[in-house]
Design a protein around this ligand. Structure first.
Ligand code: SAM
Length: 347
């Protein structure tokens, strides 16, 4: 497994050891970790050009991917440290056989109060009844365009109809729905207006996402969407920012006459690090305490070397203690020539 170094170099730290307060997991800056994103596979049935190069990235061998029982065990350990929210992602989570059953199992873990999934929606519509029955707290569907030709251009696949079916199916079943749209260099204002139209028509949140340097390709010189906030204000002069329910990584906006909301995720300009409450586990079992780090703890190695829950718990606490202050610092310490693919991270 080469895509991540085992440990990031320790950031200069005179931080007090305050990772645990009243049973919760708190990092060296006092940020409480309550949210875990689990990337259960690196496989995906789309080939989004900002996420994977045309020729793809080498797949992780099956035996290197955490088994469901291993994931359940880690989630239970995190819950013993105050975790309340889990999001299952990937790759495309529904590309992994047994995803639905795994979601049911997660629901049964003590402490998992909020369970979400992020999906490209291609194969999701057939499972919506069961997802509703599990009591999923919400579903995020990724959709960058409403135009069939452009969908093909972005994803290199022709599945827009299936994605729209998932979106409508979720709305009919009243499963809380967010749509994530990455704004690319060539996303025009009209496209933003069309996507926002979904939030005008339906009670959903349409979140525009800054493109981040996770394309699986050689690093792009400059990403062009750093002024997305200003751009949205220009396109929608009447938008009003809603008071944030902290902690959050998305800014939420209301517009007169809209049934839903617009959102903005500034993952490239990294405006939310101060309140970030989330950590990630990659398909191969690396714990990432920042999207921009190279992986901070090899959980798979711990799990497969026979470590007990206490040992895993202590390793997580120590790792979180050394969390980078922000994504800029993480990127600086974890330099790399090639961008990792978001499918290997769990966006
Ligand atoms: N397959 C699922 C999906 O499409 O939602 C889950 C995994 S996908 C990696 C999660 C999210 O990451 C998607 O919303 C996708 O658009 C986003 N993403 C992937 N690469 C990105 C990048 N370079 N910059 C910003 N967002 C990215």
């Amino acid at each position: 497994m080469k895509e991540f170094q085992r440990n990031h170099p320790s950031p200069p730290s005179t931080k007090p050891n305050n990772s645990i307060h009243d049973g919760g997991l708190v990092d060296g800056r006092g940020r409480r970790i309550t949210y875990l994103r689990l990337a259960i596979t690196d496989r995906c049935n789309l080939r989004c050009r900002y996420c994977r190069p045309e020729r793809g990235v080498p797949f992780i061998p099956h035996e290197e991917i955490l088994r469901f029982e291993e994931l359940e065990r880690v989630v239970a350990v995190f819950c013993s440290l105050g975790l309340t929210k889990v999001r299952v992602t990937g790759g495309e989570p529904f590309s992994r056989r047994g995803c639905l059953h795994f979601l049911k199992r997660l629901r049964q873990i003590d402490g998992v109060q909020y369970l979400y999934i992020t999906t490209n929606g291609v194969k999701t519509s057939r499972d919506l009844d069961e997802l509703g029955a599990i009591g999923l707290n919400g579903i995020n569907v990724s959709l960058d365009t409403l135009d069939h030709k452009r969908f093909w251009k972005i994803t290199r696949r022709n599945y827009l109809t299936a994605v729209l079916q998932t979106i409508h199916g979720a709305l009919i079943r009243e499963i809380p729905l967010k749509i994530n749209s990455v704004v690319l260099e060539d996303t025009c204002d009209d496209e933003i207006i069309q996507l926002a139209g979904l939030a005008r028509e339906f009670p959903l949140t349409l979140r525009f996402i800054e493109r981040m340097p996770f394309s699986g390709a050689v690093r792009s010189k400059k990403l062009a969407n750093t002024n997305l906030s200003r751009r949205l204000k220009r396109i929608f002069p009447a938008i009003e920012e809603c008071a944030a329910a902290l902690p959050t990584t998305a800014r939420i906006f209301a517009l007169p006459g809209y049934k839903g909301n617009l959102g903005l995720i500034q993952g490239y300009s990294r405006k939310f690090c101060e309140t970030c409450n989330k950590v990630r586990i990659t398909p191969s079992g690396m714990l990432k305490t920042c999207l921009y780090d190279n992986g901070a703890l090899d959980l798979k190695k711990l799990l497969r070397s026979g470590a007990g829950d206490y040992e895993i718990r202590e390793a997580i606490i120590a790792c979180v203690q050394n969390r980078f202050d922000n994504g800029h610092e993480a990127e600086l310490f974890c330099s790399r020539t090639k961008e990792p693919s978001m499918a290997m991270i769990g966006g």
